[in-house]
Design a protein around this ligand. Structure first.
Ligand code: FAD
Length: 327
């Protein structure tokens, strides 16, 4: 059986950030991920300046596709505004692999199934054991299921359902567009161009509110892609969208249980207004690492619950007189 000081389950932004800081502090850490990296991660790939700052990553130093937007195009019904706010887009395929490699941690491809506590150590699938365990395995994280689910049941009203697709496309419009509540969608749709000739389009909505209407997510998707074609943003595409669901920040009471920690989507930390999950995953990964290294507390209070202190929600309230998602 392999023995290390700390095991991180999941090599996404939450896990890789935690592993990076643990490695910097000299902790013997192993990352277990079921996927071989680079791996597909469904995500629009919008990343905030704050998230890059937390990652100590200057946009100019990032060696892969990164596009900077100085404004966002926000649409609501017939209204449309250009909102000044610097934001970035990356491709998760590249970004997550870059962060995981940069962490310097050893990564083993392994599907974590069984977790038990034995003599103060976490034993995983009778193959690995460690004093510390970090669950950063996304919505279906096995650490959440084994050690936290009973204390932190998922709040169904905070479940976001999504459909999205990223593909090579010679886009002509370099702006990031967001459509709120179009065609009655209880959420928003996006068009996010990427450097190097890719685009990501998708829709996200509160799953509970979707169930109340006649339309299914796939119906909204069809209406949305028709809109993209009408506006000339994406004229021809072979659409085969994929779906994923995750949880927005609710009452998360337990992110530490003995020497086990949760980070990112495993804890359900995406922002309540914009469903931004990369920033909160990074912030929680940093805090979990600090807690392991210094014995510091692992407070969630200073992890953002709104994106950019609510810049989009405030703008929508002010300019369109409405509010966003679960905010
Ligand atoms: C369609 C969509 C669009 C989104 N757009 C944005 C956006 O533009 N900006 C933004 O900030 N957020 C966005 N999000 C949210 C964001 O993608 C997530 O919140 C973020 O990826 C969470 O990071 P994480 O490290 O917690 O988990 P993940 O990135 O999901 O990483 C979890 C890792 O755990 C591994 N894993 C899972 N189970 C096991 C197991 N049993 N054993 C071993 N490994 C396992 C997985 O392979 C994966 O690599 C979007 C989400 C979706 C679904």
């Amino acid at each position: 059986m392999r023995r290390v000081e700390a095991i991180v389950v999941g090599g996404g932004p939450g896990g890789s950030t935690c592993a990076w800081k643990l490695r910097q502090a000299g902790v013997d850490v192993l990352v277990l991920d079921k996927a071989a990296f680079p791996r597909l991660k469904l995500c629009a790939g919008w990343v905030t300046p704050k998230a890059l700052q937390d990652l100590e990553l200057a946009p100019a130093d990032y060696p892969h596709s990164l596009l900077t937007f100085e404004t966002l195009r926000l649409h609501w019904g017939p209204l449309s505004i250009r909102h000044t706010s610097r934001q970035h887009s990356i491709r998760r395929w590249e970004f997550d692999d870059f962060l995981l490699r940069r962490s310097g941690a050893e990564v083993v491809q392994h599907v974590v199934r069984d977790i038990r506590l034995e003599n103060g150590e976490y034993v995983i699938d009778n193959a690995f054991r460690a004093n510390y365990l970090v669950g950063a395995g996304g919505t279906s994280c096995p650490v959440y299921r084994a050690l936290f689910r009973q204390q932190n049941p998922r709040e169904g009203n905070l479940q976001a359902a999504t459909l999205e697709q990223e593909f090579a496309y010679e886009w002509q419009d370099p702006e990031c567009h967001l459509w709120f509540f179009s065609d009655g969608l209880p959420g928003y749709a996006w068009y996010v161009p990427k450097a190097g000739g890719h685009v990501n389009v998708g829709i996200g909505a509160m799953a509970g509110r979707l169930g109340r209407g006649d339309r299914k997510l796939r119906d909204y998707w069809d209406l949305f892609t028709q809109r993209l074609a009408r506006r000339g943003l994406v004229r021809h595409a072979d659409y085969r969208p994929k779906g994923y669901s995750y949880y927005l920040r609710g009452r998360v009471d337990h992110v530490r249980n003995g020497n086990a920690f949760l980070a990112g989507d495993a804890a359900g930390l995406a922002t309540r207004d914009m469903c931004e999950g990369i920033g909160p995953a990074v912030q929680s990964g940093l805090r979990a690492a600090r807690s392991i290294v210094d014995g510091a507390d692992y407070p969630l209070e200073d992890i953002d619950t709104l994106s950019g202190s609510g810049f989009v929600s405030r703008t929508l309230e002010r300019r369109f007189a409405g509010s966003v998602l679960a905010a």
